[in-house]
Ligand binder design. Structure first.
Ligand code: SF4
Length: 409
């Protein structure tokens, strides 16, 4: 049973890593200059690099080191309101506020803690929309806690995979860079522990919002200091975007959600797969490996009686051998959601599926369902709270316009 609460009670005694301190010395006020004209949606400080923040300081007639102070206030001290930037001159703070700058931190609307320590966080964005982020703590034998943040990249999702609560909830918009970064910051603050791993596997399809995802990835790596190899970007497959991602040569893992070993079944489970034949997707995965040297991992949600037979496993192994010498498959037993036509597979079927893959020399791991007691299918908690329906946008139309909007990368 879920434990509802407003603050964290996870059994983690660690505190946030030290990220340095803010210089305490009083600093002289620099000369005033006219604020620059910027697009309003770029006036969020969270997500900006140190050099961008130094430029903001210079643009307002401040010395460059004020940008470094801004960086520390955002990412080390975690100050959430410009009025509380007490180390900065009053005039600079006022100029920032008057020009419409905001820190870019949203309110925590609600948290739900599962018995295993997983915490789902509902964040209320500036436009009152709710998004989910999940913190998943795992303690190893030596007592080292790995804290994974599962973050959303869109408000809702236009792809409507048939088993997914987020897809059922509709789609509204892409998240901005700061709205992705702040999810990780919120999880660190709730757990009082640094996030060690980030997976872009929450609400939304990251490849439909690649520009913000890449911006957030940079910030999480350089400013929040999470290793690239500790991050995973997932996709169900959006035409032309894997090549785009490969060109950035990230050292992060690309996780491709297959959910079926052939095109026919895949289209049944993932309607958007109609626009991206399985062979083309697998070919792009092969090219991704050539370009980045990073193997693609594959996600496969097991749906009882639909795609969980041993024959499906054999067909999947053949597909993977055909395109990528060795592969790893993460098997995810379906997490039941309300009104779903699908059922959770039996443990026996899951083990038989994994064994069939191993027999064909494909390594597989079965993902433990975390937070099941917290009604925790992706998007489910948001749907419970966000009673106002999101905009209904035809999936195909949204898919195309979103791909067009990422082509500027
Ligand atoms: S599984 Fe992912 S891509 Fe599919 S509808 Fe859900 S959030 Fe969107």
């Amino acid at each position: 049973m879920a434990v509802l609460q407003k603050s964290c009670s996870a059994p983690l005694a660690h505190s946030l890593r030290s990220r340095g301190s803010i210089p305490a010395a009083a600093l002289a006020s620099p000369p005033m200059t006219a604020p620059p004209l910027l697009k309003s949606d770029s006036r969020y400080l969270v997500g900006m690099s140190e050099s961008e923040l130094r430029q903001v300081a210079l643009d307002y007639g401040q010395k460059s080191y004020r940008g470094k102070q801004l960086h520390d206030l955002l990412y080390k001290t975690r100050v959430k309101d410009i009025s509380d930037f007490s180390h900065l001159p009053q005039v600079f703070r006022e100029e920032l506020r008057e020009a419409g700058w905001r820190v870019g931190r949203s309110a925590i609307h609600h948290t739900v803690t599962a018995l295993d320590g997983t915490i789902k966080v509902l964040i209320r964005l500036e436009d009152s929309r709710l998004i989910e982020a999940v913190g998943i703590p795992i303690e190893d034998d030596k007592g080292f806690v790995r804290l994974t943040a599962c973050v959303s990249s869109q408000v809702g999702c236009p792809l409507r995979c048939s088993f997914c609560a987020t897809g059922k909830g509709g789609y509204l918009r892409n998240l901005h860079r700061h709205e992705i970064v702040e999810q990780v910051m919120a999880i660190e603050e709730i757990f009082k522990h640094r996030v060690t791993n980030v997976v872009f596997m929450g609400m939304g399809e990251p490849m439909l919002n690649l520009k913000s995802v890449l911006g957030a990835h940079r910030c999480l790596n350089k400013d929040i200091r999470i290793g690239q190899r500790m991050m995973t970007i997932s996709t169900v497959g959006v035409p032309n975007t894997i090549k785009m991602l490969a060109s950035h040569k990230l050292q992060s893992t690309l996780a491709v959600s297959l959910h079926a070993p052939n095109q026919k079944l895949r289209e049944q489970i993932i309607p958007s797969a109609k626009s991206y034949p399985l062979n083309a997707l697998m070919n792009d995965c092969k090219e991704y490996f050539k370009e980045t040297g990073r193997r693609v991992s594959f996600e496969y949600t097991l749906l009882a009686g639909i795609n969980d037979a041993v024959e499906h496993a054999v067909e999947l192994a053949e597909l993977l051998h055909c395109y990528s010498g060795s592969s790893h498959v993460n098997l995810i037993p379906f997490n039941p959601i309300e009104d779903s036509e699908y059922r959770r597979p039996y443990k026996k079927a899951v083990l038989a599926f994994a064994a069939a893959l191993e027999k064909k020399k494909i390594t597989a791991s079965v993902r433990q369902t975390r937070g099941l007691d917290a009604s925790a299918a992706c998007g489910q908690l948001r749907n419970d709270f966000q009673k106002i329906p999101l905009l209904e946008v035809p999936a195909a139309e949204t898919l195309l316009s979103s791909v067009r909007s990422t082509s500027c990368l």
